[in-house]
Design a protein around this ligand. Structure first.
Ligand code: BTN
Length: 250
């Protein structure tokens, strides 16, 4: 992927900035990276704490030819890439909380927000927004039980640019494997190895589904397989999954 980088000191949200650029015709592979966001967006309409100059706020533009129902898998492709790059660059063990929270020592270091924009014939573009807590000196009190930063966990300084480069390289490699099969077959085992939810009791709180059981792993389309109390294997497509003992069951 031919990627051009746009580096900004401050922006409302890198996802929003990239959407504006995409609307003006920006190419696949365009990346917006900011040092601070004034209106960082999280999933489910939440905001994303974005005031740490040394953290990573970035968004990547994709213009895929695949059908819209495959787009949710791209978030898992990105989650795996973030995990791999943190392991390589920071030497930290990383866990993934399905579908796309990245944890170190069971606390969140990265969140991913993928947004899809449509045109009549299908996907117009996808924006993959990634926020990584590299340095959080003054972490807001309400986040300290749930979040941590790479520098805190590694007890050393982390090269922000090096991590961004590693992440984009890992993403490119994973994305090519995803495109080759149009599913996660080639990435599933690497994802499942890091899946912190695996083998643990989870409670699925979705809009259409409510179930408890043991998380078994993802299948090749990225659904979480959960073994319910009656032994039945259920597939969870979307929804918030709470994991016993992680984030105090939030
Ligand atoms: C989450 O809620 O876990 C997802 C958080 C995603 C935050 C990133 S920071 C860069 C990009 N721009 C945004 O406004 N949000 C994403």
């Amino acid at each position: 992927m031919n990627s051009s980088r746009i580096l900004l000191e401050e922006v409302d949200s890198t996802n929003e900035e990239l959407k504006r650029l995409a609307d003006k015709g920006a190419r696949q592979g365009t990346v917006v990276i900011a040092r601070r966001q004034t209106a960082g967006k999280g999933r489910r309409g939440r905001s994303w704490y974005s005031d740490s100059l040394d953290s990573i706020y970035m968004s990547l533009l994709l213009r895929p030819a695949f059908a819209p129902d495959k787009a949710s898998m791209v978030t898992l492709v990105a989650a795996l890439a973030v995990s791999q790059s943190i392991e390589k660059e920071c030497g930290l063990p990383v866990g993934i909380k399905w579908p796309n929270d990245i944890l170190v020592q069971e606390k969140k270091v990265c969140g991913i927000l993928t947004e899809m924009y449509m045109k009549e014939e299908g996907i117009d573009f996808l924006i993959v927004g990634i926020g990584i807590n590299v340095k959080l000196k003054e972490l807001p009190q309400e986040l300290t039980t749930m979040a941590t930063s790479l520098e805190k966990e590694a007890s050393r300084s982390i090269d922000r640019e090096g991590l961004i480069e590693a992440l984009l390289n890992e993403f490119e490699a994973n994305y090519q494997k995803f495109l080759a099969c149009q599913d996660l077959s080639l990435l599933q085992s690497e994802y499942n190895e890091r899946l912190i939810t695996r083998g643990r009791q989870v409670q699925v709180m979705g809009t259409s589904q409510q179930l408890s059981g043991e998380a078994v792993g993802i299948n090749r389309t990225g659904e979480l397989l959960v073994k319910a109390a009656d032994g039945q294997l259920e597939r969870v497509y979307a929804g918030e999954v709470s994991v016993r003992g992680i984030y105090g069951y939030v």
